[in-house]
Ligand binder design. Structure first.
Ligand code: NAD
Length: 290
């Protein structure tokens, strides 16, 4: 306790993280250009400021929860960004789902500055952000992560260090790539079951007792898909962003990945039938037109 935490990007995820930190006794300062995002936190009692300079001056730890790497770069390295205003040691944690090449570039630009940069993309959705129960995949220096532990304890239920800075963002993209492949594969298995005159729900119970099970069959199917409740809070738009970033990772790695490539093609080509605003689980019902 006693640490001062700044949160930049007070949307669905960042707003919840700021509230968790505030509740745990951190002196929290928030910044977001969106009036609606600030409005939602106005009654909380945390400090809401209208410049990054003011937030940096009031923070020992800064958490980012921003839509894209372009915005992260602007907020950190831009003319009026964090680096331009950092006068004392600051730990900077990027929880956005971001492009790892950008993350490494930012880390290089911050070398020798008072800012220690780590990446910690998250899963669990807005509910987990609000309850401090997110899962976080961390990339960065172990000594820096140790100093960040009090804030991480408040925000996460589970966390795993997967390597140096940038590795968290890569791990998150590989995780979401597998999730994207599993959704397509499970959708096919259930269509096959239906086509063969079987009861998909009964077949799914069997699969979940066997080795073909996955997060998709164990969580997504019973929670959202079988109930026809496509309201997980994670949209096609966000998932498509993650899969585009995963495609970049595949390309740079130079590893043959024909199965991933085919799944990524289906996610892209579904755009005409499944809207960006739809729930990401809707991909299971997408069938390619012949
Ligand atoms: P969101 O759109 O609800 O929130 C983003 C916030 O960033 C907005 O309030 C926006 O006004 C603010 N913002 C934009 N530009 C800014 C700037 N220059 N300075 C400060 N703030 C700025 O998005 P979200 O759902 O909270 O997602 C945030 C990040 O977390 C994304 O990278 C997303 O991929 C990732 N993520 C989301 C979920 C989810 O379920 N929603 C789950 C895991 C990871």
């Amino acid at each position: 306790a006693g640490q001062r935490a700044g949160v930049i990007g007070l949307g669905n995820m960042g707003g919840g993280m700021a509230l968790s930190l505030h509740r745990a006794g951190f002196a929290v300062t928030g910044f977001d250009p969106s009036p609606a995002a600030r409005e939602a936190l106005a009654a909380s009692g945390m400090a809401l400021v209208d410049s990054i300079a003011a937030l940096v001056a009031a923070s020992d730890v800064i958490v980012l929860s921003l839509p894209t790497s372009d915005i992260v770069e602007k907020v950190v390295l831009g003319e009026d960004g964090i680096l331009a205003h950092a006068r004392h040691p600051v730990i900077l944690l990027d929880t956005s789902t971001a492009d790892p090449t950008s993350t490494v570039r930012i880390a290089q630009a911050l070398a020798g500055s008072p800012i220690s940069f780590v990446d910690g993309p998250v899963s669990g959705g807005p509910k987990a952000a609000h309850s401090g129960n997110m899962t976080m995949l961390l990339g960065g220096d172990e000594a820096v992560l140790a100093r960040l532990a009090p804030a991480l304890d408040v925000m996460t239920g589970k966390r795993v260090r997967v390597g140096p800075v940038g590795a968290g963002h890569s791990a998150k993209l590989l995780n979401n790539l597998l999730c994207g492949v599993h959704l397509v594969a499970a959708g096919e298995a259930m269509r096959i079951a239906r086509g063969a005159g079987l009861d998909p729900e009964e077949i799914l119970k069997g699969i979940n007792a066997g080795s073909g099970r996955s997060g998709v069959t164990e969580v997504n199917y019973p929670t959202w898909i079988l109930n026809d409740a496509f309201n997980s809070g994670f949209t096609m738009k966000l998932m498509r962003k993650d899969l585009r970033l995963a495609a970049g990772l595949i390309e740079r790695a130079g590893a043959g990945a024909p199965l991933s490539a085919e799944a990524l093609r289906l996610w892209r080509e579904s755009a005409g039938d499944v809207a960006d605003s739809d729930d990401f689980n809707c991909i299971v019902n997408y069938e390619e037109k012949q």
